[in-house]
Write a protein that binds this ligand. Sequence first.
Ligand SMILES: Cc1cc2nc3c(=O)[nH]c(=O)nc-3n(C[C@H](O)[C@H](O)[C@H](O)COP(=O)(O)OP(=O)(O)OC[C@H]3O[C@@H](n4cnc5c(N)ncnc54)[C@H](O)[C@@H]3O)c2cc1C
Length: 485
Amino acid sequence: MENSTETDLAIVAAGAAGLAAAVAAAQLGLAVEVFEKNATTGGTANRGMGPLGIESRHTRARLFRPTRDEAFEAFMTYTHWRVDANLVRAFLNKSGDTIHWLESLGVTFAEPATYFSGSYPTWHLLQPENGPPGPGGGATMMKILTQRALELGVKIHLNSPVSRLITEDGKVTGLVISENGAAPHSVRARSVVIATGGFGNSEAMIRDHTGFELDKDIFPFKIPGVTGDGIRMAWEAGAQKTEMGMELVYGMPDPLTVPPALHEACRQPHLMVNLLGKRFMDEAVMPNVTFTANAIAQQKDKTAFLLFDSGILEEMKRDFDTRNRVFPKERFDDAEATIDAYLASGKGNFYRAPTLAALSAQTGIDGETLSNVVETYNGYCAQGYDAQFNKERRYLRPLTGGVWYAARHFPSAYGSAGGIKINENAEVVGKDWRPIPGLYAAGTDACSIYGDSYPFIFPGTSMGFALNTGRIAAETAHAYISGAI
Ligand SMILES: Cc1cc2nc3c(=O)[nH]c(=O)nc-3n(C[C@H](O)[C@H](O)[C@H](O)COP(=O)(O)OP(=O)(O)OC[C@H]3O[C@@H](n4cnc5c(N)ncnc54)[C@H](O)[C@@H]3O)c2cc1C
């Protein structure tokens, strides 16, 4: 690596938060070096579709709500005020300006969107280099941020995992890195931002801090490199811990390998049961993937099955009840061929059987209860009223047989949540409740604003938090270095 004697700001990682911090700090005139564990920049953000923005020019032009005040109130009500209100306010207030800042760097947004009916249109879908908005928009944004950082003189060291922070007299003054497998060496820095993306791919931290077991009862996206390193380093340097959890969604394991139309067919609001054969939720809630994951996580083996039959399959060939911007399929095209190919692939978690009893045997669902539940559910469909959970009438379709299908769902997660306590200036807070001088954290490592559930009513919160706290960390580090604080 280039021999860095001392830099103003050393940034641990080149994901959404790290690169936002790098560009913002370089624009303020700081000398910046970024150390990234992987061979490429972008981290989890390469997979994302867009960040949250409140009162951006796009939402204002369309007279979309919420305003900043409305968003703040709704956010705090959602989280029951169990989170840092000053941090939430700082993030939401800056988020519209961050959309404009990204545009000034060359990032293009397609439109602000909701995620599901009832969520707010805060999701600023990124326009990818090629094709429509979708998975891949994030990679375009991260490429642009990388280019701008380099143009501004930021030194980005790839294949350079940071292993620990250096502290002197209670201040953070550098870090230890190893570049391309070489022996570790230290880098002096007047300030450090930690932004290593949380612990969504750490078996040990998921087990120790969330109650889930990786690849047994939770199947997150497992982004390479995101193993809680920054959280551990900050704790070792005296940072306070926050509550920790997973940014829950649900799906068949490894959903990106399931054909999109089959994936959507298996997430339509038909009949959902647990291994006991019982219904446990109003299936109309399923578009809220976090609420659905919460409900599944309460069931035996954290497992659920979505059931349909050949009659419902025929209807899905014409139209889906609910749509999704991530897998924007309108109907189940080539249904039988897609199902045949998927079953032949042996990937599992999708079942087809000639009778309900055979489906129970294949899936392990209690057959007697399931048979009774289907009969009761069909009664609700006939009377047009779901006496159990009051599901919307338009989703009440009986299952009468022909061919039976089931998809097995588990909790999944975009990543983790929480770890390092920061304040509204992105300063890392020590055990004495004072900021640790010279140390800042941003993004998932420090994202403790969700309460008990990812606030999907504000789509884009996760990447939005990363970008905004990255910018805030850079501004605070600049103030610290220039002696303003
Ligand atoms: C499939 C998918 C879709 C998503 N879609 C959206 C969306 O549309 N909107 C939204 O708001 N959010 C979305 N998210 C979440 C969003 O991408 C993340 O919240 C965001 O990227 C977090 O940013 P970050 O900077 O904290 O971490 P990351 O972007 O994950 O970056 C962390 C970086 O740290 C590096 N690193 C780790 N350890 C070290 C170390 N020791 N030394 C150096 N580097 C290290 C990693 O290699 C990685 O590059 C999505 C996530 C997934 C998985």
